[in-house]
Design a protein around this ligand. Sequence first.
Ligand code: ATP
Ligand code: MG
Ligand code: MG
Length: 351
Amino acid sequence: GAVIGILGGGQLGRMLSVAAARLGYRVHIFEPGAHPPAGDVAHMVTCAPYDDVAALTAFAQSVDVITYEFENIPTAALDLLETLRPLRPNRRALAISQDRLTEKAFLAELGLAVAPYAPVKTAADLEAAIATVGTPAILKTTRLGYDGKGQARIMSAADAPAALAAMNGADAVLEGFIDFTHEVSVIAARGLDGSVAAYDPGQNVHLAGILHTTTIPAKLTPSQRTDAVLLAARILNALDYVGVMGVELFVTPKGLIVNEIAPRVHNSGHWTQNGCAVDQFEQHIRAVAGLPLGDGSRFADVVMENLIGDDIARLPAFLAERNTAVHMYGKPDARAGRKMGHINRITGRAP
Ligand code: ATP
Ligand code: MG
Ligand code: MG
């Protein structure tokens, strides 16, 4: 049978592995960290650093196609891997989303609205950026940020030195603060044949920079919903994308603003596991394996809640709730801020 190679063995890799197994594929995980959550369900795990050429080569040669569950894979490793097996989604999608500056430039080029932004390396850059972007603003490292890490708020120019220091010397981007009413995301997929299927947008609430809940359906007018889905499809087409993507949007009175894109299955798409016949994980495996996509329709209203750190102490209560599915990631220690699992509460039947 065919083998899917996945770079990264976190919870996303784990849930992708489950979906791949259900479709009859075997999964080989490549992950530098020991005891990855995906290791419990994949048929093979290579635990090696990304600069181990022999391990990367053997990994690639043992699989039919390579995909990934996180975007920060070193360039040299990708250079090697893509000479050996198809990489889906492709390099360009990955490169663009690895860097907030290239990401914003790409989105703006497509004609999509993004927050006003300016690149920042030095104190002088930051001063100039504040002059053009204004305050309040958010300074973000261009690379490697997730769950709100590598970000600093700038309420007034006086906050600039501390914000710059918080970047630890990394290249940064200053973004104007968007006065949004709420946040939504579109989880969409594009198949090898170019067909696109999108899920209904979800409404996202963050706590301390980390996704807390995703609620389906999102509060959107029919025309906003159409806008959200169409702009996601445009992004996928422009990248000749194959796989699932998460597109994070700010909803404002003036329209939708794209916050960022994630070239992978997305935390705000976890609700699909209990709201759709074909969830985002199966959809991604279908896409990268060259199978037809599911249509993305849903049969339920769902609220997904992330279980962070000692939220899992409330597991007995969640297990006792009606119409609530529990998804655990098998991580050994419930460190603060660590995503340990999530629950999907079915709150109604889709119309
Ligand atoms: P993720 O875990 O989603 O990858 P991240 O670390 O990449 O997060 P962002 O998505 O850029 O971070 O920002 C995290 C949250 O901070 C956003 O969901 C939003 O709530 C808020 N935020 C980020 N940028 C802006 C902005 N320009 N204006 C207003 N709020 C913002
Ligand atoms: Mg991000
Ligand atoms: Mg985000």
